[in-house]
Design a protein around this ligand. Sequence first.
Ligand code: A3P
Length: 297
Amino acid sequence: LACDKDQGRKRATLGEVEGILLPSTTVNNWDQIQKFKAKDDDLLICTYPKSGTTWTQEIVDMIEQNGDVEKCQRSVIHLRHPFIEWSLLPQPSGVDQANTMPSPRILKTHLPSQLLPPSFWESTCKIIYVARNAKDCMVSYYHFQRMSQTLPEPGTWEEYFENFMNGKVSCGPWYDHVKGWWKAKDKHQILFLFYEDMKENPKREIQKVMKFMGKNLDEMILDKIVQETSFEKMKENPMINRSTVPKTIMDQSISPFMRKGIVGDWKNHFTVAQNEKFNNDYKKKMEGTSLTFRMEI
Ligand code: A3P
């Protein structure tokens, strides 16, 4: 195991599956993960890391619980929805957690579409994919790796910038991840959302999620969900902000888990030269796709 008995005193390491970097503990458990049995009434929340996963989880949970805040406080968010490829002791693996959970289940994954356990494609389960623009994703991921022992040290910002562009981060290249899932929506029931749209008009996007889930909640409940899932509210919520996670695993004095929650923070990190380099490379990697992103709103 990459993490020793001290539970995260040592940094996790990465391994590889089909050329995609993933936590070594995930790679070591790959057989179990691939054999995971999805069910038709599962709802899978899927994202590239740092794209608004936690936000979407809370939105989906609030809708599922018909806006009942207390029910959403039943446990910390990272234990409410099994994280399929999670395989870090002492917590049970994501697969084990999902297998003991009553249906209908809400599940989470960061896997690129080509590595998703095949049973998901064979099922009629619903999938919500949330995408966030690459520049903000990079910045958010960098700060997360600084504070979390569940991933390797990010190195300097300059080094991280190169590694992100080269896909040398956990879950592989951002570019292939978003393009792969964008394509997957032609063959499966996928609601494709954007972090930037959620920031711009949360109510509109929450309504989309509600319809996709086949729910019809009245206006008052919808407004309550909008309020409860705002960045400010979620940042103060101990069931969400990871304040229960020991400092040896996540050191929030380095960078808080609920960090800024805005669109365009990349402008505070990218130099002019980096931005130019990034844009040239981006154009090549995103050529030919109909998928477009807003880097500011
Ligand atoms: P920043 O680091 O840019 O602040 P994930 O849940 O996929 O790990 O994504 C984390 C990112 O989503 C962080 O971005 C976090 O602050 C942001 N986020 C979490 N909850 C949010 C909310 N309610 N509104 C806006 N952004 C949110």
